[in-house]
Design a protein around this ligand. Structure first.
Ligand code: IPM
Ligand code: MG
Length: 331
């Protein structure tokens, strides 16, 4: 799903890279978000949902359009419904630069995004944050397992000094910890976590947190490691198709100018190759090619003048030069 705003421009680069690395890949393109509302009246057409449910992996560009900010039917509702339908509860948001190398593991299908909401008779508007223990257990287990596969440090972020759901979260982290005795666990309150991320991001390995905190902290983590233009994500379920998408939004002001940075979308494609298709060598080759291309070919957000298409082409050239073996594995 190319998505909205800059989506189609960055998605086109991703598709070309994917087809280069995996020549026999079958790609189906579908509408989601504002593009889908315009074409069908709804943000997640049945055709799109069914294609995603059938797919081995799902790649999506950013969605959202200010045109629908005040509407009852909004692009973001389609994305939330899709995440929920695929049950992609584990959202992996890696952020690295130099000494900084962290992975935010964000719960993606619960909490404030999915709780009861509405308007009371007196005009009060409410959203509620709800978590069932099972929803917390499965994401916390993922966090521990991922920490174990990295540097074995897990930071659990909550607001347990105020929220019931956070006290549940903290209790489950503490109950899970003995099963991962090799993982060092630390609890950090979300406000403090934001400050620590800004002043000393290098201290973190894996951060596990609930949906809304993870949304906010992952933008901050992206900002301290090169910006939103380079931040990818993988959303995984237990056994179903994963959903791979950049952390950034649709940047309507930048759309149609061939100026958006396709890196986040390309890195999301690398995560799709690794987690969605099980093609680790191709994923590594793509990540390496992106790094090399970025050293000389920078889009405006990184202080350069390269266009979206130029950076995409530089990545493909590098793939052909640098990893012809990886390029041919796909066939
Ligand atoms: C993200 C985005 C989405 C979210 C929006 C578009 C609904 O900000 O993936 O971080 O809040 O999850
Ligand atoms: Mg966000």
């Amino acid at each position: 799903m190319p998505g909205d705003g800059i989506g189609p421009e960055v998605a086109q680069e991703a598709r070309q890279v994917l087809e280069l690395l995996v020549p026999d890949v079958e790609v189906e393109e579908r509408l989601l978000g504002a593009a889908a509302i315009r074409a069908t009246g709804g943000p997640l057409p049945e055709e799109t949902l069914n294609a995603c449910l059938r797919a081995t992996a799902v790649l999506k560009g950013p969605i959202g359009d200010p045109e629908f900010d005040a509407a009852d039917v909004r692009p973001e509702q389609g994305l939330l419904a899709l995440r929920s339908a695929l049950d992609t509860y584990a959202n992996l948001r890696p952020a690295s630069l130099g000494e900084v190398d962290m992975l935010i593991v964000r719960e993606l299908v619960g909490g404030l995004y999915f709780g009861a909401r509405g308007t009371r008779d007196d005009g009060t508007v409410y959203d509620t944050c709800e978590y069932h223990p099972r929803q917390v257990e499965r994401i916390v287990r993922r966090g521990f397992a991922l920490a174990r596969s990295r540097r074995s440090r897990l930071t659990s972020v909550d607001k347990a000094n105020v929220l019931e759901t956070s006290r549940l979260w903290r209790r489950i982290v503490d109950e899970t910890a003995p099963r991962y005795p090799d993982v060092h666990v630390e609890h950090v309150l979300v406000d403090n976590a934001a400050m620590q991320l800004a002043v000393d991001p290098g201290q973190f390995d894996v951060i596990v947190t609930e949906n809304m905190f993870g949304d906010i902290l992952s933008d901050l983590a992206a900002a301290v490691t090169g910006g939103l233009g380079v931040a990818p994500s993988a959303s995984l379920s237990d056994g179903g198709a994963g959903l791979f998408e950049p952390v950034h939004g649709s940047a309507p002001d930048l759309a149609g100018r061939n100026a958006a940075n396709p890196t986040a979308m390309l890195r999301s494609t690398a995560l799709l190759l690794e987690h969605g298709l099980g093609l680790r060598a191709e994923a590594d080759a793509l990540r390496g090619a992106i790094d090399v291309a970025l050293a000389t070919t920078k889009t405006p957000d990184l202080g350069g003048t390269a266009t979206t298409a130029e950076l995409g082409a530089a990545v493909r050239e590098q793939l052909a030069v640098d990893a012809p073996a990886a390029v041919s594995y796909g066939g």
